[in-house]
Design a protein around this ligand. Structure first.
Ligand code: PLP
Length: 468
């Protein structure tokens, strides 16, 4: 017991020092070692006899930490951010320490009810339609591990509903179809395949805009229906991964509503922006969606994993995913008041997922979290302006905390990408926009400020291939 107290205090101290080192850019963003470095440093077999927690902590900082990519580093501009905060870390410790499993209300009543309340808090804070709240008694939110899981659940619920319940027994029978664009995150086609519906139908985008063309969607859906197929679900994106573009949800929603097709809106990154009233434009039309998901672990100071999926009608989920094995039956489950989250997700078991979001929302408060978003949006605007002012660079896209840019020729962009990848001090993610190479820079480190953004940009431009 004493060993735990000492080691927990030691871990807290080491983490605090680590955060300070990140804030002052004293650590590289990218680790120095080639593939296999960590494997080489670790013994082949587990120890026969237990070791001191202090020694294990020492090894963590000696062997593991130096070979990590530091996602919280101010110069980490890759992918979309994975957020963190002391409140989130503390909640993870307490959650682990309590060690409960919340698959059903009866297996941990407070875990379930806390999750219901916290999902409602976040729905209200993001100004989502009231039908997504548990308070509506028909809809509600559930905390999952990822936006990928949210898409899979939405697809499965859509397939089940469109087949009038046949999907559970007979699968897709080769007839059920799911729709998205080529701008949807890679998790979307994966989820559609896993659900048994093959490749999604790729709906054309509006030329130059990287968003779904609602007229083309209506055309595809109607043609498929005329051919005897069953359009089951559309996955729209609010804030795409490559350019942070948002599909026109009101018009897509109208197409889906008229034809009884499930509409899921994947707002993994951009959904958090709706905390700020002035950044809420992507909420328009959400009353037409059947489900909506945001990764709190991207932009809400909550450590990964923490995705929130909201549905307008919880029965759609429980019909598709409900399980009733003898060992899962209890009296509580028969009550309409009771939510068993095992029937809202793919796995059976689940940790107490809500404590982390509860700690974060309470410790920061909505006002401070809004300032976090605004701060990152301001920093992205600064970076976008630096790109625009730089000869030999072009701004490709800029929205919320994301800046997408390229050099003046594709060869120069590729060479810049290669040079950046060789260095340890700044990380941007390469991608393709309209078939051309680009670099993405996403703000989100809690330690980033104007100075770090200017410094990171200096590092990028210093590696640019000069036009002369
Ligand atoms: N959807 C979008 C729009 C994303 O940008 C991402 C990741 O960046 C995902 C889904 C996948 O998120 P996750 O890793 O939580 O599955």
């Amino acid at each position: 017991e004493r060993a735990f107290r000492t080691a927990a205090a030691d871990a807290a101290g080491r983490l605090t020092d680590h955060w300070r080192a990140l804030a002052s850019c004293d650590l590289p963003v990218v680790p120095p070692g080639p593939p296999g470095t960590t494997l080489k440093a670790l013994p082949d077999s587990a120890p026969e006899r237990g070791e001191d927690l202090a020694a294990i902590l020492d090894d963590t900082w000696r062997t593991i930490v130096p070979e990590l990519v530091h996602w919280q580093h101010p110069n980490f501009l890759g992918y979309y951010p994975t957020s963190n905060s002391p409140a989130s870390v503390l909640a993870e410790l307490v959650t682990a320490g309590l060690g409960v499993q919340g698959m059903m209300w009866s297996t941990s009543p407070a875990a379930t009810e806390l999750e219901q309340r916290v999902c409602d808090w976040l729905a209200r804070a993001l100004d989502l339609p009231a039908r997504f709240t548990h308070a509506s008694r028909q809809g509600g939110g559930v905390i999952l591990d990822s936006a990928s899981s949210a898409v899979l659940i939405a697809v499965v619920a859509g397939l089940h509903r469109a087949s009038r319940g046949r999907w559970r027994e007979h699968g897709t029978e080769g007839r059920l179809r799911v729709y998205c664009t080529d701008q949807a995150n890679s998790c979307v086609p994966k989820a559609v395949r896993v659900a048994g519906a093959g490749e999604p139908v790729l709906v054309p985008t509006v030329p130059g805009a990287h968003v779904m063309d609602p007229a083309a969607l209506a055309e595809r859906v109607d043609a498929d229906r005329a051919a005897g197929l069953v359009p089951a679900a559309v996955i729209a994106t609010a804030g795409t991964t490559v350019t942070c573009a948002t599909d026109p949800v009101p018009r897509i929603g109208a197409v889906c509503r008229e034809r009884g097709i499930w509409l899921h809106v994947d707002a993994a990154y951009a959904g958090s922006a709706a905390l700020c009233p002035e950044l809420r434009e992507d909420n328009t039309g959400l009353e037409l969606a059947d489900s909506y998901a945001v990764n709190a672990h991207k932009w809400l100071r909550t450590g990964t994993p923490c995705d929130v999926l909201w549905v307008a009608d919880r029965k759609d989920l429980t019909d598709a995913l409900g399980s009733t094995a003898s060992y899962l039956r209890d009296n509580a489950g028969d009550s309409p008041e009771v939510v068993d989250f095992k029937d809202w997700q793919i796995p059976l078991g689940r940790p107490m997922r809500a404590l982390k979001l509860w700690y974060v929302l309470r410790a920061h408060g909505l006002a401070e979290l809004r300032e976090v978003i605004r701060h990152d949006v301001r920093l992205a605007a600064l970076l976008a302006s630096l790109v625009e002012q730089e000869p030999g660079f072009h701004l490709v896209a800029h929205r919320f905390g994301l800046v997408v840019f390229r050099a003046d020729t594709d060869d120069r962009t590729r060479e810049l990408t290669r040079r950046l990848a060789e260095e340890a001090d700044v990380l941007c993610t390469p991608a393709l926009v309209d078939g051309r190479p680009v670099l993405r820079a996403a703000l989100g480190s809690p330690y980033a400020d104007e100075t770090t953004v200017r410094r990171a940009w200096d590092l990028v431009r210093a590696r640019a291939v000069s036009a002369s």
